[in-house]
Design a protein around this ligand. Sequence first.
Ligand code: UDP
Ligand code: MG
Length: 318
Amino acid sequence: MNEKKSDTISIVVPCFNEGASIPAFYNELTRVFGEMDAVYELIFIDDGSSDDTLFVVKSLAKRDENVKFISFSRNFGKEAAMLAGLEASTGDYAAVMDADLQDPPALLKQMYAELKKGVYDCIATRRATREGEPKIRSFFARLFYKIINKISSTEIVDGARDYRLMTRSMVDAVLSLREYNRFSKGIFSWVGFKTHWISYQNIGRSAGETKWSFSKLLLYSLDGIMAFSTVPLSIASVFGLIFCLIAVVLIVVIVAKTLIWGDPVAGYPSMMCVIFLLSGVQLFSIGVIGQYLSKTYMETKRRPIYITRETNIENMEK
Ligand code: UDP
Ligand code: MG
């Protein structure tokens, strides 16, 4: 037995069809921990994969007792996987990492050293550039960050990755947010604590391909906006106010015109345009309200965020 107990770092790894990446990831991670004065607890979350992810993870767990796994009953999404992993984590520190080696394990050393100084509660990473990403995707990503930071009081950092190392108190704070519609980039920022950012160059996936299609990203960004801002809800009121003002002015103008020049036949085309415009604005506003309502509806159902099918962790009955 060591006299001085070294820290335990829990590594949470959401995996969706990552069977091909996991062995390389595991080797790299254990190599890095071999050079560190800390013990690892590796928690793989099999997010309803249809490949051999669970098999690969289980065989790792057989030879390494520090490897834990949670296997979901179906695909619940990366957010649910991160939550499950953080809930299961017991380390003094916890990190979230992708299984595809895009989040270099070697950085952990630097992150841990920085955290140990006790100044920060979290060391987070962001991409230095958007190199290697399709132009159109970068454009929309930038637009998203611009919009959300304008209309939300929670700061969402452009290019932030989910890769971060946190202290136990920050993890507990993150876990205390029990919302169903989870948007981690917002949650990590909302809980506060002192975060230090380090940038690194974007690296390509080691194997497999990205699980994010453009439409998945678009929906995710809308979720993010709705989870951290209610400004879209006020858009309806603003439109309503503007159109009321315009209507008052128009009424005055029309009444005056009628009194002075009589009542010629009103213009049908202009009338149609106004009707279309106003119904459009109304439907749009109702749509926005409907989106928030549907989120509220899902929250009030209090459904579990994920369902575990199999795990080697005790006390994980959810
Ligand atoms: N992931 C997941 N569930 C999903 C989608 C993705 O657990 O529904 C995991 C995936 O296996 C990977 C991480 O989330 O470990 C990030 O996904 P990916 O690498 O596809 O995203 P990118 O790095 O391209 O942003
Ligand atoms: Mg990736």
